[in-house]
Design a protein around this ligand. Structure first.
Ligand SMILES: Nc1nc2c(ncn2[C@@H]2O[C@H](COP(=O)(O)OP(=O)(O)OP(=O)(O)O)[C@@H](O)[C@H]2O)c(=O)[nH]1
Length: 649
């Protein structure tokens, strides 16, 4: 087997059988060869470009966060020999440091697997998807390259808000759905109950559910068999002209954009001239290959396959998700479903702590956005915080992950202001609609006939003992209840229409703490609705602090203003003079707090004359000051700008 096999050898290997002890029997002989070695061997010796489309399956795993999607993906990779089973390669598909630390998937990864089933070899393309509410756009674009999904549900937690959201993404895309109940090894696992939930909420017969433990590898092979039996092959023809869907892209400093593609027809190889349907630009292909999950160059990619393509694209925006690529001389009808990155829902101001760091920070931001086309970046400057940027994200977690990467990977230290949502307003005369992202630019009512705010439809799933508290939380956030159903004896699913600005900063945290961590939440865009909005300023010693300007609902202006002043009073340290904190609408003051003058004498504790100790304390005080920002004559700690906007419900 070490030598290149003859065609007849490969054919007979395809009909080989394994014994129960994991050995291969071939023409009456038994060979000690594991399935993974076999898959590896076949992959090295099979001519992939001729791989029959009927033997290809393109699928994704979708799940609520932490239900075990990455663990299952790792098991599938091991079973098919794409990775060797070791302790270290826990969650191979989660590549970024922040992903490993937080245990969440941010960027989708893809892997091609070979699997032997009933005497045939199959090519299974596993497209990993991110697992958090903010990234549903990435989930939906990964799904457009698939014909089916594995829907993973935790045997203890049962269906959660994101399970529902992900299920409907797959359902609407008309994909085959394989329901899998994971973590059956847990002491509290209750797969019977989860099966009933799946039947009730998704209308999937409970007999269709597969019970597994991804951690222990139990029953995982069954999942692969179902993938082959239940998911149809892609509809793609070798003889059609080349046509590929771009479903993800990354940026590499040496090679430019690496686009992940699914081929819906024809073939592509090095040297081909291709065109993007979206930009009409022409490129020459430099390299193609498959992902195992590392890049493995190939001579060509053919219909039905999933792989990567490098073609001298210099910017990530040239490989737009959902775009169609075709051969320059053979134009095709573009694939449906192209939509530019979902309009951002949150924007924040970001400034270097020290203005001399501006250039370093700029290059870090540029590098990070090279790989994440869903972040929008606008230069901005603030009188108090200096030059910086206003960044748009898909959601709060997306923003946190971005900031964490800035700190971890680029050692950057930044001041963040609170996220806001894009409001729309209709000007006094005429139809003109304007979008406002920066609260400071929110115009007065005199020039506006109507304000509109973004709305979302939220899904909350919770044990019923928390219903009361959650309802009052939602009411306090101006939400309107649309639905409430029991998904089993004790768990309810509620639907609420929320103004987006009521949930951006802290809703999720409040919901989690009210329900001792048991409630889950997800949301989808629900358009815009008219609202009675007003701009509120915060003044420190009479001077407005732009970074703390917010847009509030008129009814809530007083309570929000009062709470903001109180929290600022608690967050700003006493200084040598008195500080007045005021919340104002126009010239009308709504609330006021005062911080009394105080001198922090750091040397007071230093009786006796130890000069080194004195120097140490003075140095510490100076370092503390670096974390401060001067506004007028007032020193403000840098994290105040975002922290004071978090409410305690
Ligand atoms: N007991 C038990 N734990 C499991 C099983 N599968 C996964 N886990 C654990 O559940 C946790 C979450 O698993 P992940 O695979 O990271 O979950 P995920 O769905 O990929 O999470 P995201 O990447 O954030 O979407 C980890 O601590 C796993 O070790 C299982 O079958 N049994």
């Amino acid at each position: 087997l070490r030598n290149k096999p003859s065609t007849s050898m490969v054919e007979s290997l395809l009909t080989a059988k394994w014994t129960r002890t994991g050995q291969l029997t071939l023409s009456q002989k038994t060979i000690a060869m594991s399935k993974s070695d076999f898959a590896q061997y076949m992959q090295e010796n099979l001519d992939l470009s001729q791989f029959p489309v009927e033997k290809i399956r393109n699928f994704s795993i979708i799940a609520h966060i932490d239900h075990g999607k990455s663990t299952l993906a790792d098991r599938l990779l091991e079973l098919t020999g794409a990775i060797v089973k070791t302790e270290q390669n826990k969650q191979v598909l989660d590549k970024l440091q922040v992903e490993r630390e937080r245990g969440i998937t941010v960027k989708a990864q893809t892997a091609s697997l070979f699997y032997h089933h009933e005497g045939e070899i199959y090519l299974l393309n596993l497209i990993d998807t991110p697992g958090h509410v903010d990234f549903s756009y990435e989930v939906s674009r990964s799904l457009s390259a698939c014909q089916g999904v594995i829907l993973v549900v935790d045997a203890n937690e049962g269906i959660q808000a994101q399970t529902v959201a992900n299920f409907f993404l797959a359902f609407e895309a008309q994909l085959s759905i394989i329901p899998v109940i994971n973590k059956i090894d847990l002491k509290n696992a209750d797969p019977d109950r989860v099966e009933k939930q799946i039947e009730k909420v998704f209308d999937i017969p409970k007999e269709d559910c597969i019970r597994i433990s991804a951690k222990l590898g139990k029953n995982v092979e069954r999942v692969l068999q179902e993938v082959i039996e239940k998911i149809p092959p892609p509809e793609a023809n070798h003889s059609d002209p080349f046509k590929a869907l771009v479903f993800d892209s990354t940026f590499d400093h040496y090679r430019g954009v690496v686009a992940n593609v699914a081929l819906f027809g024809g073939q592509v190889r090095k040297g081909d001239k291709i065109t993007s349907a979206h930009t009409s630009k022409i490129y020459e292909v430099n390299e193609v290959g498959i992902l195992r999950p590392g890049e493995q160059p190939a001579e060509k990619l053919s219909a039905g396959q999933v792989g990567y393509l490098i073609a001298g694209m210099k910017e990530i925006t040239e490989a737009q998700i959902g775009d169609t690529l075709y051969l320059q001389e053979q134009p095709v009808e573009p694939l449906p479903g192209f939509k530019p990155a979902k309009p951002m829902v949150f924007a924040e101001g970001m400034y270097p702590v020290d203005q001399s760091e501006y250039n370093n920070l700029r290059s870090a931001v540029e590098k990070l956005t090279l790989n994440d086309s869903s972040v929008t970046v606008h230069r901005d400057s603030s009188p108090a915080l200096g030059a910086g940027w206003r960044l748009g994200f898909l959601g709060l977690l997306h923003m946190e992950v971005f900031n964490q990467r800035l700190e971890q990977e680029y050692n950057a230290s930044v001041i963040l202001t609170a996220p806001t949502v894009p409001y729309k307003l209709i000007k006094e005369y005429g139809e003109e609609e304007i979008t406002v992202v920066n609260p400071c630019q929110f115009p007065d009512k005199i020039h506006v006939s109507e304000y509109l705010e973004p709305m979302v439809m939220g899904t909350i799933i919770t044990p019923d003992e928390h219903i009361g508290k959650i309802m009052s939380l939602c009411l306090g956030r101006r939400a309107i209840q649309k639905n409430l159903v029991y998904i089993d004896d004790t768990r309810v699913m509620m639907k609420y229409l929320f103004p987006l600005n009521e949930i951006v900063v802290d809703f999720y945290d409040s919901l989690k703490s009210l329900s001792s961590g048991y409630a889950s939440f997800d949301y989808e865009d629900a358009g815009y609705q008219p609202a009675d909005l007003i701009k509120m300023d915060i003044l420190l010693n009479g001077r407005p602090v732009e970074e703390l300007t917010t847009v509030v609902h008129r009814e809530k202006a007083y309570s929000v203003g009062k709470a903001l002043c109180e929290r600022l009073k608690d967050s700003i340290p006493r200084q040598l003079f008195e500080i007045a904190i005021q919340a104002a609408i126009g010239s009308k003051i709504l609330a006021r707090e005062t911080i009394k003058a105080y001198r922090k004498n750091v040397l007071a504790k230093c009786y006796g004359g130890d000069i080194t100790r004195k120097m140490k304390l003075l140095k510490k005080q100076a370092e503390g000051k670096k974390k401060m920002r001067r506004i007028g004559n007032v020193e403000v700690p840098k994290d105040v700008f975002i922290n004071v906007l978090k409410r305690q419900d």
